[in-house]
Design a protein around this ligand. Structure first.
Ligand code: TPP
Ligand code: MG
Length: 300
């Protein structure tokens, strides 16, 4: 390490304890109590994203908000991971292929105790490990570097094949954007996953129907997306990507019949803040001071 290098992020034990307690509470909660806990954690993540992007004056707020409920449910309900041992054997693996939404991922990881949430204020600052896109060598809990779209699913397919070859029980969950599916590498990976019978793999499509500068369907038709996955040999379901019950069910249920599992999560880009929801310009627009205030008032 030189003076100039980024510092190491380490497990935050108190934060991890809070996360473990929330997981245990959810495990015995009825659906309405579970939803309240998940809403509280998701709201904290969305508020954190606002503050991070406000401080950095850059980021991708719309996609951060559409994926927040997916991330929250994955880490509080579905994934078998331990923030104290981010590289443990037999762990489940989570990949955020839409790496431009790093702020939501970092907040989720920090609130689970993978590192100190105090670090979040350094997002995108010089020498911070919390770069604009996630780096597995800098951030505990990040399984692979993402940012260039179209790479997360192929890497997840490799991880799922690797787990099978080693006889590991761990599952692989990967979240891709919907605009991202225009990258051909995804479709090669979908074919390969079916060929190898990867029933340990779940692909979640964050189906917010917007990409960087336009609606997906105005750019390159994806519908009927469920038929496409089915034709590629996948089990496929459509859910409401902001409904915690549907997310919990889809992310925990094993995929049957020796097939990989596709979850098309219908979401709203910018979910949670009225003036950001479903607006193309909020892909990477940065809120003014007044807009930050209004966003935080709405995120309760
Ligand atoms: C290969 C590649 N091309 C272009 C970009 C620039 N880019 C970043 S995000 C984005 C739009 C992604 O849209 P989508 O996958 O729908 O993400 P979301 O709506 O969830 O933000 C683009 C084009 C990139 N990161 N990688
Ligand atoms: Mg999109």
């Amino acid at each position: 390490m030189t003076e100039q290098s980024a510092h190491q992020l380490r497990t935050a034990p108190a934060q991890r304890a809070e996360w473990l307690a929330a997981r245990q509470a959810i495990a015995v909660a009825d659906p309405s109590e579970r939803d309240q806990i998940l809403h509280r954690w998701a709201t904290r993540t969305r508020r954190s994203v606002v503050s991070m992007i406000d401080a950095a004056r850059q980021g991708h707020i719309g996609g951060d908000f559409s994926v927040t409920d997916i991330l929250t449910t994955a880490y509080l309900v579905a994934l078998d991971v331990d923030p104290a041992q981010p590289r443990a054997e037999h762990r489940d693996r989570f990949i955020l292929s839409k790496g431009h939404c790093a702020a939501a991922l970092y907040s989720t990881l920090a609130f689970a105790g993978f590192f100190d949430p105090g670090e979040l204020s350094t997002f995108m600052k010089p020498l911070s490990p919390l770069n604009g896109h996630p780096n597995r060598n800098k951030v505990p809990g990040v399984e692979t570097n993402t940012g260039p779209l179209g790479h997360g699913v192929p890497v997840a397919v490799g991880a799922a094949i690797g787990a099978k070859l080693k006889g590991e029980s761990g599952r692989v969950i990967v979240v891709t954007g919907d605009g991202e599916l225009q990258e051909g590498s995804n479709w090669e990976a979908f074919m390969t996953a079916a060929q190898y019978g990867l029933d340990n793999l779940t692909v979640v499509v964050d189906r917010n129907r917007l990409q960087q500068g336009a609606r997906t369907e105005e750019t390159n038709h994806l519908d009927p997306l469920d038929d496409k996955f089915a034709a590629f040999g996948w089990n496929v379901e459509q859910i409401d990507g902001h409904h915690y019950g549907q997310l919990a069910d889809a992310l925990t249920r094993p995929s049957g019949g020796g097939r990989p599992h596709a979850v098309i999560a219908n979401t709203v880009k910018g979910k949670g803040v009225s003036f950001i929801e479903d607006r193309v310009e909020w892909h990477h627009k940065v809120p003014s001071a007044e807009q930050v205030k209004q966003a935080l008032e709405e995120l309760v």
